[in-house]
Design a protein around this ligand. Structure first.
Ligand SMILES: [Zn+2]
Length: 117
């Protein structure tokens, strides 16, 4: 399941990178439908490009988490929180197969991040 997910994401990133690299005068063929729609609405190439780069960054982060999850499977530590080493709930893993933290630690992390802003 994780391997499948990673393959899918990696493919997407390949497409997006191709598209994002075609800047300026070149035609961007690999725009996602959403980006193309927005571009039509706003008549702005830059907006579509920004959007694509943002999607790309999101994907990168996800692939990173997936890679970590795969590493953890190999180490036999999959499903354990990286912070407190407690097992992550099955429900959470079903929703987010590459979760790094248990729900308590994730909430704690989000609180810390929110406090920093
Ligand atoms: Zn934890």
């Amino acid at each position: 399941m994780l391997l499948d997910l990673r393959r899918k994401l990696t493919n997407n990133i390949g497409h997006l990178q191709e598209g994002a690299l075609k800047t300026g005068g070149e035609t961007v063929n690999d725009l996602s439908e959403v980006a193309a729609e927005h571009m039509a609405e706003r008549g702005s190439d830059n907006f579509a490009q920004d959007l694509m780069i943002r999607i790309l960054q999101d994907c990168d982060a996800e692939v990173c988490d997936i890679n970590r999850a795969l590493e953890k499977i190999e180490m036999g530590a999959y499903g354990l929180c990286e912070d407190c080493s407690e097992p992550i709930s099955r429900k959470r893993l079903t929703a987010l197969p590459f979760a790094r933290l248990c729900i308590e630690c994730k909430r704690e992390e989000e609180r810390r991040l929110a406090a920093r802003q």
